[in-house]
Design a protein around this ligand. Structure first.
Ligand code: HEC
Ligand code: HEC
Length: 480
């Protein structure tokens, strides 16, 4: 059994109680206020939270690429009885909790087509045209087959696995790493197909409706409101512009979508999300974060906006706790880049450039928030007085807009990407290329719907290095 995070070892081993996810005081204390204070979310009450029905975690089955599926698999699935797979009363040891958490991680919350549906995962052309990666064993780790009613095999997705799983070039699956399923491109692929059969006005209406969730109440000149005037083709192009590793998650933005963070090692981070919206002081905060983003998202009220009447579903406290423990147990794949050769020189460059002011070893983050241009913050404590100068829009013009970006950890850079809060940059070579900041630069990652050339501004650290020092620095970063 691998060791789990220090926050938890004591708690799990002593059989300590599962934290209560939703108390008004705990929820209030967990969130960092938005830059526009009066529009910070007001969450539902403890009573309303616990009145929400708990979702059943069903037994699920792997999805295979159509050419790799065992003979008779679908027929066999049709014979299976529905089975609940999560029983909190049976969880005794740390290993039991971790295993149960893995079930929750892979358990779907949607049973219809979202980025893809049952028809798409059974269509070989879908893989070729969207670039959906397939694991070495022929499975697609981003979704699962589920039997909720005997004889009906449903494709389930939108569990944590859909976005937080990476298939490496050699086909190994790394749970928790920055996901690499090209989700938004897949969504656009499905809509282009659907447009051949449906009246386009109908789909356009639905897409604009979808786009509305990103609008930020109380924000003047909200870029997200542009979706309401975009044509069908423009909206699909916005989806197609989003590469694997970046996604327009609920309450983020279709036009300013965030990079999917690597959640391996999250137990060492004091803030969650690029904008540091949620504090992370214990597993209880991770539980609160999870339920907020998966289930409570549509239910909070923003400023004088309307209160939602939506109910939906939620995870139980035990499911959230198990999920938290599982996430804390995740470890990176073995790093093939050894700390030797030019990487040694790269460490000296890292020190000379004083990267450690923010990316402080051994976590390679000082866990601080950096105020963006245009946000007057009180510095001190967990708010840094240093500046980074990257594109401030996501920190000011989204529902997660705290006015800050947190300092990300540099661990695991060798297996993830694209980088920066929008995933604008494909590689470390591009991040440290002085041309990156010029207006003529064509970003290698997320380009944005405004046109191909766009400077990825800010974070000028390490942009003036000699070629040799740059290569050494990059070699060092790949050992972390
Ligand atoms: C549709 C894709 C998607 C799904 C599904 C999803 N996430 Fe995420 N997750 C994201 C994106 C995108 C972000 C970054 C959001 C931001 O920074 O504003 C994120 C951020 C996070 C973070 C913050 C990490 C950090 O260091 O900032 C955690 C923790 C997390 N997700 C856990 C989960 C868990 C647990 C689940 C399943 C219950 C889940 N996510 C499901 C896309 C997804
Ligand atoms: C003043 C604080 C600060 C200093 C100094 C600093 N960084 Fe950063 N770094 C940040 C912040 C904040 C981000 C995230 C910016 C964003 O996404 O908008 C970041 C992002 C990065 C990323 C992209 C990480 C990812 O996961 O997307 C890399 C790589 C990086 N920094 C390396 C370095 C190196 C190497 C140095 C020294 C040459 C350095 N940084 C100096 C604050 C700093």
């Amino acid at each position: 059994m691998r060791q789990i995070g220090w926050l938890l070892v004591a708690a799990v081993m002593s059989g300590a109680e599962v934290p209560r996810t939703w108390t008004e005081a705990a929820v209030k204390a967990a969130e960092v206020p938005l830059a526009k204070l009066s529009y910070s979310p007001v969450h539902i009450s403890e009573q309303a939270y616990y009145a929400t029905p708990v979702r059943t975690i069903y037994k699920t089955y792997p999805v295979y690429h159509p050419k790799r599926e065992p003979a008779g698999y679908m027929e066999w699935l049709k014979q299976q009885e529905p089975q609940a797979a999560f029983d909190a009363s049976a969880l005794k040891t740390e290993a039991d909790w971790v295993r149960a958490g893995e079930l929750v991680f892979n358990s779907p919350v949607s049973f219809g087509p979202v980025f893809f549906g049952a028809a798409e995962v059974r269509n070989p052309a879908f893989y070729e045209e969207t670039g959906m990666p397939v694991a070495k064993d022929g499975t697609i780790p981003f979704a699962r087959w589920v039997v909720r009613k005997k004889g009906e095999v449903e494709l389930g997705s939108m569990g944590c696995n859909t976005c937080h799983t990476r298939v490496m070039a050699d086909g190994t699956v790394v749970p928790g790493a920055q996901g690499n399923n090209p989700a938004d491109r897949q969504g656009a692929w499905m809509l282009r197909r659907a447009a051949k059969f449906a009246p386009p006005g109908e789909l356009l209406k639905r897409l604009r409706e979808f786009g509305k969730q990103f609008e930020v109440p109380g924000l003047v000149d909200d870029p997200n409101r542009r979706a309401a005037e975009m044509s069908f083709d423009e909206l699909l192009a916005a989806g197609e512009a989003i590469p694997a590793g970046v996604t327009a998650r609920a309450h983020t933005s279709m036009l300013l979508p965030p990079q999917i963070p690597d959640i391996i090692g999250v137990q060492e981070r004091h803030f969650l999300d690029h904008t540091g919206l949620v504090r992370h002081r214990s597993v209880g905060d991770l539980m609160r974060y999870t339920t907020m983003v998966q289930d409570m998202i549509g239910r909070a009220r923003y400023g004088d906006g309307p209160a939602s009447t939506r109910v939906g579903m939620r995870y139980s406290d035990e499911q959230l706790y198990a999920l938290g423990i599982y996430i804390y147990s995740l470890r990176p794949p073995e790093n093939p880049n050894k700390f030797a050769g030019i990487a040694l020189k790269g460490k000296a460059v890292f020190e000379k450039e004083r990267c450690g002011r923010c990316h402080t070893a051994p976590l390679y983050t000082n866990n601080k928030l950096i105020p963006v241009e245009g946000f007057a913050a009180v510095v001190g404590g967990e708010v840094s007085s240093l500046k980074v100068g990257t594109d401030p829009r996501y920190a000011l013009q989204s529902r997660k807009g705290t006015g800050y970006y947190k300092v990300p950890s540099l661990k695991g850079l060798w297996y993830r990407g694209p980088l920066e809060h929008h995933g604008s940059v494909a590689t470390l070579e591009e991040w440290f290329d002085p041309k990156r900041v010029s207006a003529e630069h064509v970003p290698g990652g997320y380009q944005g719907p405004d046109g191909k050339a766009r400077g990825v501004k800010g974070h000028a650290f390490g942009l003036k290095l000699s070629e040799g020092d740059r290569a050494a620095l990059i070699a060092f970063l790949r050992t972390l």
